[in-house]
Design a binder for this molecule. Structure first.
Ligand SMILES: Nc1ncnc2c1ncn2[C@@H]1O[C@H](COP(=O)(O)OP(=O)(O)OP(=O)(O)O)[C@@H](O)[C@H]1O
Ligand SMILES: [Mg+2]
Length: 577
């Protein structure tokens, strides 16, 4: 709605501007037209005056001609007539005549209608010694004439006669008939006497009026408008006159007439119209461009708003999704932590289960040195009482050694059973296997299992956690011992292969693996369920542990017995850095 008002306002402003430009342009054009018309008018007036002046001077000259002084005899009259005719012919005057003081025509170039012209206004003026002039219409022919009357003075300075020259106005008109502008001359009575538009002849201007009325008294359209200093006539005076014309006047006292011109203002109007149309067109084009530009801007702004709201919506949705995702991530992390916790508990359970399996052997292992210590202590006391100090001292040394051994076993057990997460790092594989062998030694001895483990002299470093690796190997040794429990000959062989990776092999001479596919599944066991042994967790826990060290564990059957391989990443100083 607001746009409609703006457009209407703009159109109104353009209309005002166009009208202003038209008005200004029209006045400018009228001024130019007026200058030209003035020049035209002056030219026409000059021509008329100049031509008339010829007759005036002719009258003055001829009035003093000697032939007109003596007109008594018919011969003299004849001679005067001949000269007058000759001069009239040469100057194309209508008639020339010489009159005496009473107005009686004494000699004339052409015969005259009235022999006495005492009433002629020009004659009367000349009688007073001045130059007389008059215009009129020849009744018989309807010709318009303009007459000059010059006095002829006697030697005494008295007016003794008058010479009248009659000129034909049509002849004069003839010379500017072709001129385009309508020019007319009105006499003192306001009657159009001379004009290059014959339609206008004898139209008259009534007293106090500006317009002209036709001779028959008919009514014609007329209006006069002032455009600035210019007088514009609106009229309907026949097809040879413009319907709208600039009117100019010029007084000609010499011939006692007023020259007037009517110039068509149509070209001025056309010019002003063209200027106004150009300005309007430019304004409208400019307005249209401006309108288009604003429309475009508005459309863009709208599109932008839509886009922004969409972006806001999307952002909102994304934020929501993001929050949901974070929530999910947190849940996952919680679940992971719970899983880890469960796994750690599982590992601990595995360790305790292994300890359970070994407990009989371990108690036996601890019991034996205890009893030996008791024996040595008793013997030592006896040796002391007998004064055999060196024997007593020997016994004490043995007791000390046994206590140290017991302490080592207990330390290993404590370390193994401790429930704490140790960091990953540099682990000496030889020492790990030593510990596992030591922990299971008691059981193996009780069950009469031979252990073939020759630790290398140099340490072998791998990536891992010490206690967890011990757990892996304890389980492998226990499994091997379990597998061989039903046979007489029992042997476990442990070796370290150093290649790209480190590989520890644990082999036995038992019946071999029953189902190698399910081997590492949790709760897969072939052992009696419900007993302390046979949870089916040992290998699955070991699998997880070895994987977490970046290693691998697999089992395979040999010709006799099973072979378990634990692969581990060798430790290099570079990796720590
Ligand atoms: N050296 C081996 N020879 C033959 N079979 C084996 C050997 N080691 C493991 N197995 C088989 O793999 C199964 C799974 O072993 P795993 O150590 O996971 O469980 P488990 O020893 O039965 O019980 P747990 O270790 O939880 O006390 C065993 O029950 C056994 O059938
Ligand atoms: Mg086991």
């Amino acid at each position: 709605m607001q746009r409609v008002w703006v457009i209407l306002g703009f159109l109104f402003a353009v209309g005002l501007l166009t009208a202003g430009v038209w008005s200004y342009g029209y006045r400018q054009a009228l001024s130019q037209l007026s200058e030209k018309a003035e020049a035209d008018l002056e030219l026409a007036a000059d021509r008329l005056s100049t031509q008339m002046q010829v007759y005036q001077e002719l009258a003055v000259l001829m009035a003093t001609h000697p032939v007109l002084r003596a007109l008594e005899t018919p011969v003299q009259q004849q001679a005067a007539r001949a000269i007058l005719l000759d001069v009239a012919d040469k100057t194309s005057a209508v008639n020339m005549m010489y009159l005496d003081r009473s107005g009686q025509v004494l000699a004339s170039a052409q015969p005259v209608e009235w022999p006495n012209m005492a009433d002629h206004p020009a004659f009367r003026r000349a009688l007073q010694g001045a130059m007389g002039s008059a215009h009129g219409v020849v009744e018989s022919s309807g010709d318009r004439t303009y007459s000059y009357a010059a006095p002829a003075f006697s030697d005494a300075g008295q007016v003794e006669g008058v010479l009248i020259v009659v000129a034909d106005v049509q002849d004069v008109e003839q010379t500017w008939r072709g001129s385009t502008e309508a020019v007319f001359f009105t006499d003192g009575d306001g009657v159009v006497f001379i004009s290059n538009r014959s339609d206008l002849l004898f139209w008259h201007r009534d007293e106090g009026q500006l317009g002209l009325t036709p001779p028959d008294g008919g009514v014609v359209d007329f209006a006069s408008v002032l455009v600035g200093p210019h007088e514009v006539w609106e009229l309907n005076w026949g097809r040879y006159l413009p319907s709208r014309a600039l009117h100019l006047m010029l007084d000609l006292p010499v011939i006692d007439m007023t020259a007037e011109v009517l110039v068509d203002v149509a070209p001025a109007q056309r010019l002003a119209g063209l200027q106004a149309a150009t300005v309007a067109a430019i304004c409208l084009a400019f307005g249209a461009l401006l309108y288009l530009a604003t429309e475009r801007r508005r459309t863009l702004a709208e599109a932008n708003t839509i886009l922004e709201s969409r972006v806001a919506q999307r952002t909102h949705a994304l934020t929501a999704a993001n929050t949901a995702l974070r929530h999910e991530v947190r849940e996952r992390e919680d679940a992971e932590a719970a899983l880890k916790h469960a796994q750690e508990e599982l590992i601990q359970a595995g360790k305790l289960s292994a300890l359970g399996q070994m407990s009989a052997g371990i108690s036996h292992e601890l019991n034996q040195p205890l009893m030996a210590i008791q024996q040595f202590a008793d013997n030592g006391a006896a040796f002391l009482s007998r004064g055999r100090d060196e024997k007593a001292s020997e016994n004490l040394t043995r007791i000390s050694a046994m206590a140290a051994r017991m302490a080592r076993i207990i330390k290993n057990l404590r370390a193994f059973s401790r429930n704490e997460s140790e960091p990953m790092g540099k682990v000496n594989l030889v020492q790990v296997i030593d510990t596992a062998v030591e922990l299971t030694e008691a059981r193996l001895r009780t069950e009469d299992v031979r252990m073939d483990w020759a630790p290398p002299n140099n340490p072998v470093y791998a990536w891992g956690g010490e206690v967890r690796l011990v757990q892996v190997f304890v389980n492998l040794i226990n499994n091997a011992a379990d597998a061989m429990s039903g046979q007489d000959d029992r042997l476990i062989r442990i070796a370290i292969d150093r290649g790209d990776k480190l590989a520890v092999t644990v082999r036995d001479i038992g019946p071999g693996i029953e189902n190698s596919e399910k081997l590492f599944e949790p709760f897969y066991t072939t052992k009696a369920v419900g007993t302390s042994e046979g949870m089916g967790l040992g290998l699955s826990i070991s699998y997880g542990l070895v994987q977490s060290f970046g290693g691998n564990i697999r089992g395979a059957n040999l010709d006799t017995g099973a072979l378990f391989t634990v692969e581990l990443e060798p430790f290099t100083e570079h990796e720590v850095a």
